[in-house]
Ligand binder design. Structure first.
Ligand SMILES: CC(=O)SCCNC(=O)CCNC(=O)[C@H](O)C(C)(C)COP(=O)(O)OP(=O)(O)OC[C@H]1O[C@@H](n2cnc3c(N)ncnc32)[C@H](O)[C@@H]1OP(=O)(O)O
Ligand SMILES: O=CC(=O)O
Ligand SMILES: [Mg+2]
Length: 568
């Protein structure tokens, strides 16, 4: 048994032995005293119990995803499930929204980095939430994940601080801070630094389990029993996956001895199959739900992925697939109607624009685009939305305030019964627009730079004045793959060039040269652009589309200790 000093840290002798793990648990990530505060024997036992109870359910759910993919690849279209019609038509409601999160008109999102967490919690707005991300915005290296857990624990305890040496500035929490939501990874990602009974842990159960174990008591203390912790749940494709989460929550509440329904989660509807399962997902989570969110970027990615074998449903250039496309508008409208019918929040999504510091005119244009997007959301009936950057909060808040007034949300006032008539055809309607050479170039330039950042530990980056994260990079990847696969003719610019392996090879070469020019040779050589280009090119040209960019790239960031990196 590892001995702990009075400060809670392991003694030097114990440190040599590594983490004090529960039975069946093997930690292969680097030892660090800070991480040992999180990777305690009891917390690991809890994670292992979750894994043991739910691993077969997760495996089954992943098999079902494969089976659905085969059906779509054979020509089937996703649609409403006749077997669950009674759930869609039934008259039921989710548990009442807890007062602590009734008003969530602006939620700032960001990776679980220390300074970002403090800045986000302090963002200064009257009512808002912070959504701390282990998912789209985080490169899931061992260091990022474990530091993220340490940061969140310190944030929940109220002790978090950060010293910026270069600027000699200390960051601390204000008196009034945002409410915290945490987004674990999706069901598909393993955690290769923690093995349980000889197999890699399920990533999201590690994220959830460690965070819950260390923080539920503080939530009870600070928010009152029955209110929190709060979560966002990403990338689900079917209500059976929501049922697993619901069972995980039940088990966690029992273990902690807290009221059933204390844990609350907002599910991102960000896969095409899931749009046909919104009622079913809410039903599964009805005691633990605080709504659904339009994860628009993954949703676009999922549209391409679901229709990978449907050359009649190709997407136009990425920049043209916005929320005003009929299929996107229908998805958002149906989500609002579904949530409000069941008594929970319908959250909007992320506009990709971020402040542009060195160009006031361009900044004004970006801000106007964000405002327009948010105005559309609040008028449609969304109860709140996401901001990617603190600089956007005042403008977004203003749009929501002037349209919602003092009401905490629009659950009762914007029922959107008109959306009840939306059909499968509306939700699947082909997006309109054109495909261009610049679209192919931009996908390539952005995709490679994103992967390069991700490989070096950064999961969200500003590129060409837009926020890019795993979801937006996925669109670039699958769109290139699709255009190559079907030899698409890029005629939106009048050039009429056919996308081929040869053309793509030249585009990669030219865009790599452009990246080098833009960022400078030194940074280019120090970074992982060549590795990123290799990974991105392979993924765009592989005969069978990879399910996730980050699943394949993950092997490059797994580092087992004492030495060496290891493939799963
Ligand atoms: C599709 C989806 O899933 S969307 C959700 C996932 N994506 C995200 O969460 C993206 C979140 N946003 C970000 O990561 C960042 O804003 C970026 C990468 C887009 C831009 O980052 P930067 O270029 O570093 O921003 P910038 O230099 O303007 O930052 C200015 C200040 O704001 C802070 N800041 C910027 N974004 C955030 C944020 N989201 N949360 C908290 N603080 C932030 C910076 O830390 C910096 O603080 P400082 O002045 O104290 O040093
Ligand atoms: O997670 C959000 C998205 O848009 O994807
Ligand atoms: Mg997403």
């Amino acid at each position: 048994m590892m001995s702990l000093g009075t400060n809670g840290y392991a003694s030097p002798a114990a440190r040599k032995m590594g983490y004090d793990v529960a039975e069946g648990v093997d930690i292969r990530g680097r030892y660090d005293e800070e991480f040992a505060r999180i990777l305690t024997k009891d917390a690991l036992r809890f994670v292992a119990e979750l894994q043991r109870e739910f691993r077969n359910h997760v495996k089954y759910a992943m098999e079902c995803r494969k089976e659905a993919k085969m059906r779509y690849n054979a020509g089937a279209l996703p649609g409403f499930d006749p077997a669950t019609r009674c759930v869609r038509e039934g008259d039921w409601a989710c548990a009442a929204v807890p007062p602590a999160v009734a008003d969530r008109r602006v939620e700032i999102t960001g990776p679980v980095e220390r300074k970002m967490i403090i800045n986000a919690l302090n963002s200064g707005a009257k009512v808002f939430m912070m959504h701390a991300d282990f998912e789209d915005a985080l490169s899931p290296s061992w260091e990022n994940l474990m530091r993220g857990q340490v940061n969140l624990k310190d944030a929940v305890d109220g002790t978090i601080s950060f010293r910026d040496q270069a600027r000699n500035r200390v960051y601390k929490l204000n008196n009034q801070i945002a409410k915290l939501f945490v987004r674990p990874r999706g069901w598909h990602l393993p955690e290769a630094h923690i093995f349980i009974d000889g197999e890699p842990a399920i990533g999201c159960l590690v994220d959830f389990g460690l965070y819950f174990y260390h923080n539920y008591a503080a939530f009870c203390r600070n928010q009152g029993a029955g209110f929190g912790p709060f979560f966002y749940l990403p990338k689900m494709e079917h209500s059976r996956e929501a049922r697993i989460w619901n069972n995980v929550f039940d088990k966690a509440e029992k273990m902690a001895g807290i009221e059933n329904g204390s844990i609350r989660a907002t599910v991102l509807i960000e896969t095409l199959p899931a749009v046909f399962q919104m009622d079913e997902i809410l039903y599964e989570l009805r005691d633990h739900s605080v709504g659904l969110n339009c994860g628009r970027w993954d949703y676009i990615f999922s549209y391409v992925k679901t229709f990978q074998a449907h050359p009649d449903r190709l997407l136009p250039d990425r920049v043209q697939v916005g929320m005003t496309q009929h299929f996107m508008r229908s998805y958002s409208d149906l989500l609002i109607r579904t949530c409000h019918r069941r008594g929970v929040h319908a959250m909007g999504g992320m506009a990709a624009q971020i402040p542009i510091r060195d160009d006031p005119a361009a900044n004004e244009v970006a801000l106007e685009l964000v405002k327009k997007d948010k105005l559309r959301e609040v008028r449609a009936g969304h109860d709140g939305t996401w901001a990617a950057h603190p600089g956007l909060i005042p403008a977004i808040m203003e749009v929501f305030n002037s349209n919602m007034g003092n009401a905490p949300n629009q659950i009762q006032t914007m029922k959107r019964e008109d959306a009840a008539t939306l059909t499968e055809e509306d939700l699947l309607q082909r997006p309109r627009g054109v495909r261009t050479m610049e679209g192919l170039r931009l996908n390539t330039r952005v995709g490679i730079q994103y992967v390069a950042a991700w490989l070096t530990g950064t999961g969200s980056v500003p590129l060409y004045n837009l926020m890019e994260d795993a979801a937006t990079a996925e669109i670039s990847r699958v769109q290139n793959w699709q255009w190559l696969k079907y030899g698409v003719v890029l005629d939106g610019d009048g050039l009429g060039v056919k996308v081929s392996l040869d053309l793509f090879g030249r585009v990669v070469e030219e865009e790599m040269a452009r990246i080098e020019r833009e960022i400078g040779r030194e940074k280019f050589n120090k970074g992982m652009y060549k590795e990123a280009s290799k990974i991105f090119t392979r993924q765009c040209t592989t005969p069978m589309l990879d399910d996730f960019l980050t699943l394949d790239a993950y092997n490059n960031i797994v580092i087992h200790h004492p030495k060496g990196s290891s493939r799963l």
